[in-house]
Design a protein around this ligand. Structure first.
Ligand SMILES: *Cc1c(COP(=O)(O)O)cnc(C)c1O
Length: 419
């Protein structure tokens, strides 16, 4: 962990709020950067230029905003969770990314990058996926934009996540099972990079979270910040105030950075990121990268990382596949170092309980990932009665039914047949 004194922390936060981070080299203070193989540097430099050229250009923005509105279904609602609030003694509001097209926030990023790929003249899109959620969002966005997509997925994940593999197939993407390495997300990323190295001119690599080499952490943050911008405006419009705290789950860190970034300059709004505490604090039992990691390089960026004393990347565990990643976006490592965001964790068990509570109280089935944010919000509410909590509900839990049916067997039995 880099130690940053108070003065330096205040300076870095001010730069972040002014939009000056990452810097030219992709650095968020001591974190970030571009640690990629030499052969990929031309493609990354070109991407950096194209992002600079298009991302805030009126033509690109007009097309993106139109598609967000008419195809993704934005703005997503801000829903007051009155019964959760009554039970917790607070005022609870949910930002409903579960209602975005394809069921989670990932579509904001996939669509934005697919539109960029088209402007860059890419002939095909490459992506990696773990649980398949980013693969599905990429397949949908690429179909919409009209570029063929190849999605790399670990062979183990292909078996575990068969419904998402079918969804990608129906949406016209080619899914390539990766038999090498750990046969999960890490191996899939390695394989996708390999493909890109072989075809950097015509392929666009559509990365799924706020991780990877510069400019991806910046690009993904900008595309996901729509979550925080909408939330901020909706919260003010509905309550006349800002929330006391905004809480989101952290895997690679894209939905959370999207929620946090527009609030970074609001000193009165606390920010809380929630990592996967898994089965407990033991080695390999969780995915709490910020809570338990040390700085290191993974997939092209310098950030906190779950690793052993020899720098070997650790195995991770979480009941939610979307949080099961040993790295985290570099901007989060900075936000932790300067103390702007509190990072905590919620265990598998706490997330499952929060999921059930949200279903029963609000009639909303949240994703297991999002349930980590709900669990941490409930804990925070205990010592903060009467405060206003904004929770990023990053996705819906329909995809988690196979896990939920295992954890809560008998859930599918009709009520009347139990008498
Ligand atoms: C993928 C996913 C996450 C975790 O990814 P981030 O990049 O940390 O946002 C969280 N929630 C849902 C619903 C997801 O699909």
């Amino acid at each position: 962990m880099h130690s940053i004194d108070k003065t330096a922390a205040a300076r870095l936060l001010a730069a972040l709020v002014r939009g000056e981070l990452p810097d030219e080299r992709g650095r968020f203070g001591p974190y970030g950067g571009c640690f990629a193989p030499e052969v990929l540097m031309p493609a990354l430099l070109r991407l950096k230029d194209e992002v600079q050229r298009h991302l805030h250009h009126p033509d690109y923005q007009a097309e993106l905003q139109h598609e967000l509105r008419t195809w993704v279904g934005r703005p997503t609602p801000l829903t007051r969770a009155a019964k959760l609030g009554a039970a917790w003694g607070t005022d609870v509001w949910l930002k409903r990314e579960d209602l975005a097209h394809t069921g989670a926030h990932k579509i904001n990023n996939a669509l934005g990058q697919a539109l960029l790929a088209k402007r860059m003249g890419a002939k095909r899109v490459i992506a990696e996926t773990g649980a398949g959620q980013h693969g599905v969002a990429t397949a949908a966005a690429c179909a919409r934009v009209g570029i063929p997509a190849t999605v790399y997925m670990g062979a183990i994940d292909v078996k575990r996540q068969a419904p998402n593999v079918d969804r990608m197939y129906q949406l016209g993407a080619k899914v390539v099972p990766v038999e090498s390495g750990d046969q999960t997300l890490r191996a899939a990323i390695d394989e996708a990079f390999r493909d890109w190295v072989g075809d950097p001119e015509y392929a666009y690599y559509l990365l799924g979270s706020a991780v990877g080499p510069h400019p991806y952490p910046y690009l993904v943050r900008e595309l996901q910040s729509v979550i925080g911008r909408e939330s901020r405006a909706q919260f003010q419009e509905t309550t006349g105030q800002l929330p006391d705290i905004a809480i989101a789950c952290v895997g690679g860190g894209s939905n959370s950075i999207g929620l946090f970034h527009p609030f970074a300059g609001d000193a009165q709004v606390k920010l809380m990121g929630v990592e996967a505490g898994g089965r407990g604090p033991g080695l390999g039992d969780n995915s709490a990268t910020i809570g338990r990691g040390k700085p290191g390089v993974l997939h092209g960026t310098y950030s906190l990382l779950l690793q052993d004393e020899n720098g070997q990347v650790q195995e991770t565990h979480s009941v939610s596949a979307g949080l099961d990643y040993p790295g985290v976006g570099p901007e989060h490592s900075l936000l932790k170092a300067i103390g702007r965001v509190d990072y905590v964790s919620a265990t598998d068990e706490e997330a499952l309980a929060a999921l059930r509570e949200c279903c029963a109280a609000e009639g909303i089935l949240p994703a297991l990932e999002s349930s980590h944010a709900l669990a941490a919000a409930k804990r925070w509410a205990r010592d903060n009665k009467g405060r206003k909590i904004l929770i990023g509900l990053s996705g819906r839990g329909d995809k988690d039914m196979p896990t939920l049916s295992q954890v809560f067997p008998g859930g599918g039995v009709p009520h009347h047949s139990r008498h």
